[in-house]
Design a protein. Structure first.
Lengths: 256, 543
């Protein structure tokens, strides 16, 4: 029994050591900071293209769960297309992200709308992610590293938005896996320096030589509401056509 | 499933002296038949794997309760209007089943059909024998909403959609001067966004990522569904009949009977449109052109009939006169040149939309009177003398410097309709959009266009499980006929407020509680809706 409890404590301590304050650990030379972030962006792109089924679970603090289903396409570092399939009230709603432009197709109105900047920081389809989170494919373009440490298997970067960019956060604390430069966790801090959101990437799997998280969990630290994105039937480098990421295809009934 | 022709097999059993030849021939046939049957067994499976059928839809129940008092105060002190136009809307229930069928044969070929089943709730049983008829006691309306086929990527840059469809153009919200391909469906008069899908062929040409050319042909014209009792003030002649009645007489009532122009089904009455949409420097633009007819009719001719003398007013001593008026309503042809754009200015979304309406045909008001009414029985001469309505032409040509006695109901001067707007969401989720309109959908002709401002405010609670939305509309009528007196001496004012509380207890289930209140001076457009003060409750399930 004692051995078992010791093992549990050891595991808990080992795991908790992953999420230590970024101030802990060995500092990373300043000249490497930008390079690490650029490698993170490259890892985010994961080869040429990706498509997957997405099950989005919305869980409140009481544990009550609602579900959305969507299909997801990505190409390169600047294009994403998400089309909702369930529930019925949201089926057919499609979001196209092309660089910094975001378009929303509403089947009830049969109209496509360009999402203005004021919406980008609003919750994406009722989840804990924002439109900005969904379109953030290149952190190095919008943020700069202000400090970096390494501890164990992780880099811990602290980012702030570049001058002139309006973001809801004043600071990001990003934990990056050293072996594949995949993001393990991001903590979002508001203007009062309080953590208001936390994103964790879990269930990393190897796919055609790429490391891909199969689950992304985002937690609203104020309301304790969680969103879990479960990527299923993932396919990488299948030659997703660039034409898919256009207003023409936004209105179509798409399939993987 | 195709059934093989078994006669081919029986043919193989013939006896003849040509047994050898027959034997070879029959072997060939057997071989072919077996191959054919094998092919058949594969084909249906292949076809079934390609075809994807999906059913979806919604169930909706609406309850409306009118709140209109007997008399409605104008917003100008001392003025009042009385109307019982709200009777139809005083209390009604609408229950609908929307059924959608989507058939996807391949990525290049698919079809969609949408049908609405709706109960009318007004029994049509008038005699006892009607009570045997379920359809008369509890009538049901079946409406084909959309039904179209998509031929996608006929070439790499060309898509085709054929059938009954909704073609929504314009960047503004709800009020789109360039959205002229589908008539209004104002069965619920306060739902300005609802349109009737109509038959059309739509060809879309994609020239790169940022440029799209759309061409549309509509084989025939479909008028709008209009609550005519509400729009009667608009549809009837804009003419003061009291001016026809000499001293000693007072026009007490004019009973209007509107006849609607029947648009023939021929090639001349086809409608067509084109739109070029492009994106430049993060701004979306569209240029469009529409050739067709207006969806809201205008009066073109009026014939007075059945003039009658009534009682004498004990106070004034005037003799009351009533008359019937037959009004001809027409749908004028127009060219509409459109432009719209949308972009962001900083964090704020902005848009602008303009439609320039160029009348192709004009209608000068023509008022006539039928033969002299029989005011004095069997004495047409005396009747004619007693006819209080002027024997002079009702619409004489004006002298130099004078205004026309009867204004054109649809003049030839082009007129613009404009919508500009902006929207913003504050941190915390409070959303608002503000739109300015010049010219409402029912207003035609430059001197009839009013100014409007609509503000929509929305705030979600409990992660948008609860949504509160308030729409406030204001109107300024600064036309030559504005004000309660109708002479332009006073500016007409009106407002409309629509508040809705939406509750989504479960995904795909919605409950909405709302209320609408409107008031306005005579002649304003929003005043047309003041008989629709109401509270409504809506339940909806999507599946």
């Amino acid at each position: 029994m004692q051995k078992f409890l010791s093992s549990i404590c050891f595991v808990v301590l080992a795991l908790s050591s992953q999420w230590v304050d970024a101030a802990d650990g060995k500092p990373v030379p300043k000249g490497e900071w930008t390079g690490i972030l650029e490698k993170v962006d490259k890892a985010e792109a994961q080869g040429r293209d990706m498509k997957a089924r997405m099950v989005i679970s919305l869980i409140n603090k009481e544990g009550k769960r609602r579900e959305r289903r969507a299909i997801f396409f990505q190409k390169g570092t600047d294009r994403r297309l998400i089309q909702f399939k369930a529930p019925a009230s949201e089926a057919g709603i499609s979001v196209l992200i092309r660089g910094t432009s975001v378009f929303l197709y509403l089947p009830q109105l049969q109209k496509t709308r360009r999402i203005a900047a004021h919406v980008k920081n609003q919750p994406f389809m009722g989840t804990d992610l924002s439109f900005d989170d969904m379109s953030s494919l290149q952190y190095s373009k919008e943020n700069e590293v202000i400090s970096a440490n390494e501890k164990g298997e992780l880099y811990h970067l602290v980012l702030k938005p570049k001058a002139g960019l309006a973001k809801p956060y004043i600071r990001l604390e990003m934990s990056v896996r050293k072996n594949d430069h995949q993001i393990a966790q991001i903590r979002f801090f508001d203007t009062q320096n309080k953590e208001y959101k936390r994103m964790e990437r879990l269930g990393f799997r190897k796919f055609n030589g790429f490391s891909v998280p199969s689950k992304i969990q985002v937690k609203d630290m104020k309301s304790q509401h969680r969103t879990i994105l479960d990527l299923q039937d993932m396919q990488l480098n299948t030659g997703v056509s660039g034409r898919l990421f256009s207003l023409r295809y936004l209105k179509r009934d798409l399939e993987l | 499933m195709i059934t093989p022709d078994l006669r081919l097999l029986s043919f193989a059993s013939q006896k003849s002296s040509e047994k050898q030849r027959t034997s070879f021939f029959s072997r060939c046939l057997w071989s072919l038949s077996i191959l054919f049957l094998c092919g058949l067994s594969l084909f249906p499976r292949h076809a079934a794997a390609e075809l994807k059928l999906r059913f979806s839809g919604a169930l909706e129940s609406n309850l409306f309760v009118g709140l209109k008092p007997e008399t409605t105060p104008s917003i100008l002190p001392g003025a009042q209007t009385t109307s019982n136009l709200g009777r139809y809307f005083d209390y009604r229930n609408a229950n609908s089943l929307f059924l959608n069928l989507s058939a996807k044969v391949s990525n290049n070929l698919s079809g969609v059909a949408r049908v609405q089943f709706r109960n009318i709730n007004f029994s049509q049983a008038t005699v006892s024998s009607d009570l045997q008829d379920y359809g008369k006691v509890f009538p049901l309306s079946v409406r084909l909403y959309e039904m179209y086929i998509d031929f996608l990527e006929l070439t790499e840059w060309f898509d085709l959609r054929v059938g009954q469809q909704r073609i929504a153009w314009g960047k503004a919200l709800a009020f789109n001067p360039t959205d002229n391909l589908n008539p209004f469906n104002l069965e619920n008069p306060l739902d300005f966004q609802e349109r009737l899908p109509t038959p059309a062929i739509k060809a879309s040409f994609y020239m790169g990522e940022h440029v799209t050319l759309t061409l549309v042909a509509q084989p025939f014209y479909v008028p709008a569904v209009l609550p005519i009792s509400l729009f009667r003030d608009v549809a009837t002649i804009d003419f003061d009949f009291n001016s026809l009645v000499p001293k000693g007489f007072k026009l007490e009532k004019v009973n209007s009977n509107e006849k609607v122009q029947q648009i023939d089904f021929n090639i001349e009455n086809m409608q067509a449109a084109g739109k070029l949409a492009f994106v430049f420097n993060k701004v979306s633009f569209s240029l469009s052109y529409f050739w067709g007819r207006l969806y809201v009719p205008v009066p073109s001719a009026s014939n007075l009939t059945n003039t009658k003398l009534g009682n004498t007013d004990p106070v004034t001593g005037d003799v009351n006169v009533t008359a019937d008026v037959d009004v001809q309503l027409v749908y004028p042809r127009v060219h509409v040149v459109g432009f719209d754009m949308s972009t962001s200015l900083g964090p704020v979304g902005v848009w602008a939309e303009v439609g320039l309406f160029i009348p192709h045909e004009t209608f000068a008001l023509n008022i006539t009177q039928s033969i002299a009414p029989n005011l004095v029985p069997n004495d047409p001469v005396a009747s004619s003398k007693l006819n209080p309505l002027s024997s002079q032409p009702f619409c004489p040509e004006p002298k130099a410097g004078e205004k026309k006695a009867c204004p054109d109901s649809f003049p030839s001067t082009p007129y613009p309709k404009v919508t500009v707007g902006l929207e913003y969401t504050f941190p915390g989720g409070f959303y608002f959009n503000l739109q300015y309109l010049f010219g409402f959908f029912n207003e035609q002709a430059l001197d009839k266009l009013h100014h409007f401002v609509f503000l929509v405010m929305r705030q979600g609670f409990l992660r948008d499980k609860l949504l509160l939305q308030v729409t406030v509309g204001g109107e300024v009528d600064a036309t030559p006929t504005s004000g309660d007196s109708g002479d332009g001496s006073n500016v007409g004012l009106a407002f409309l407020v629509n508040a809705e509380l939406q509750f989504k207890p479960f995904d795909s289930g919605t409950i909405v509680l709302g209320a609408v209140v409107g008031r306005g001076n005579k002649g304003t457009t929003l005043a047309l809706f003041q008989d629709l003060d109401q509270v409504f409750l809506r339940f909806r399930l999507n599946f």
